[in-house]
Ligand binder design. Sequence first.
Ligand SMILES: Cc1cc2nc3c(=O)[nH]c(=O)nc-3n(C[C@H](O)[C@H](O)[C@H](O)COP(=O)(O)OP(=O)(O)OC[C@H]3O[C@@H](n4cnc5c(N)ncnc54)[C@H](O)[C@@H]3O)c2cc1C
Length: 449
Amino acid sequence: MNIWWIRRDLRLADNPALAAALAAGGGVLPVFILDDALLSQPAEKRQGFLYAGLNILDEDLRRLGSRLIVRRGDPRVEIPRLAREVAAGSVFAEHDVSPYALRRDAAVAAQVDLRLVHGLGVHPAGAVTRPDGGPYTVFTPYSRAWKALPAPGQPLPTPAALPPVPELHSETIPDLPAPENFPPGEREARGRLNAFINGPIDAYGDGRNRLDLDGTSALSPYLRFGMLSARQAVVAARRAAGPGAETWLNELIWREFYQSILYHFPHVLHGAFRPALQSIPWRDAPEDLRAWQAGLTGYPVVDAGMRQLAATGWMHNRARMITASFLVKDLLINWQAGERWFMRQLVDGDPAANNGGWQWTAGTGTDAAPYFRIFNPVLQGQKFDPLGDYVRRWVPELAAVPEKYIHAPWEMPAEEQSASRAVIGRDYPAPIVEHAFARQRTLEAYAGK
Ligand SMILES: Cc1cc2nc3c(=O)[nH]c(=O)nc-3n(C[C@H](O)[C@H](O)[C@H](O)COP(=O)(O)OP(=O)(O)OC[C@H]3O[C@@H](n4cnc5c(N)ncnc54)[C@H](O)[C@@H]3O)c2cc1C
């Protein structure tokens, strides 16, 4: 009997760890450990998605003659305990790259025969390296090297049947509602992938930036928990071909780039990738932070993004860039406060991608935006939400504001404010900071760093 230890690979199709456990022979015990160290962190929406995903995985396993064994506690204790209980030969699991995962797996490997199998990305985290063997810290050469490696083979099929599982205690999966807009499971993920490949992918080059359109795949939560493998996504993109597919492939490579950064530079989780940028004189401004979190900054596109996040656990990439930039460059609040808030809210919250996104925005990261490039939230809104539909959807108090003022409602004459029932300071806040002033303040704070 071998253990298949499931962590962030909640799928039966194209699962190299499961395939390796099956190939070893003698039976497979699918196991998930509810890890107290991870689940004590506040992240209700992501946990709801995970729990519902585990229930679906269990149903899928039962259909093939197996089932999921769930235990709760510290995996460093629980996995060896279970291995003893069933006299397991080996434990198979997908290799993960976060410092926590690496420490945990090293501690488990000291007690049992742990076989880590690659599958988190198309290429293993340590495989895309410079000719001298060092890690890349800039995206373009990384992506070139990524593409130069052999193309991924065909995804593995779902096993036709699985060996039965002995009578064993299994914990109840906690009951938390799954986010409505993200029904979990690999069938749902494949359906979304197909719908995207047969439609929006062609226009993805421009469509991906439009806040008011569903121009992206919305697959991030599924990739986050491995309900879809990176290989399934990449093979589908390659088959779709065309410029839209090429751009989408690049985004999937960004995902692996940030995994590689986290793998090689784990310190990024604790501070700036570039240490010189650790000492920016951030403002301690709890009220401004709260206004940003609540979507009450007075900048409609920023507030729309933050409210989309709070309501759904997901935010459009362009809105992530705009809201992150606003926190860091308009409010001059430490990007790590934003990183924490996003991790708490996001269904797709992933330490590597989230940290990469925040460090990029703050200009403290690897291939980061230069510090002097500061998004103007009004212009960003006008460009990427031209009619204001995204704002009206998520900030309903601005629903009747004319197009001309939708991204700068404070410029509305008093009569228009009353007519559109959006009186600034009464129905919707005045801007909590003036952008031109904030821009100057940030340039000075970053200068010389
Ligand atoms: C401040 C900030 C924080 C972010 N936090 C996360 C996070 O916690 N988890 C997360 O998955 N993505 C994060 N991203 C990246 C990106 O915003 C999301 O992956 C994307 O919006 C998800 O939507 P989608 O599935 O429709 O993406 P698509 O545009 O369809 O892209 C396909 C897939 O590629 C990957 N991807 C796309 N863009 C990026 C990127 N810039 N970096 C890494 N992977 C990418 C995702 O897995 C995504 O599902 C963050 C970006 C920023 C600017």
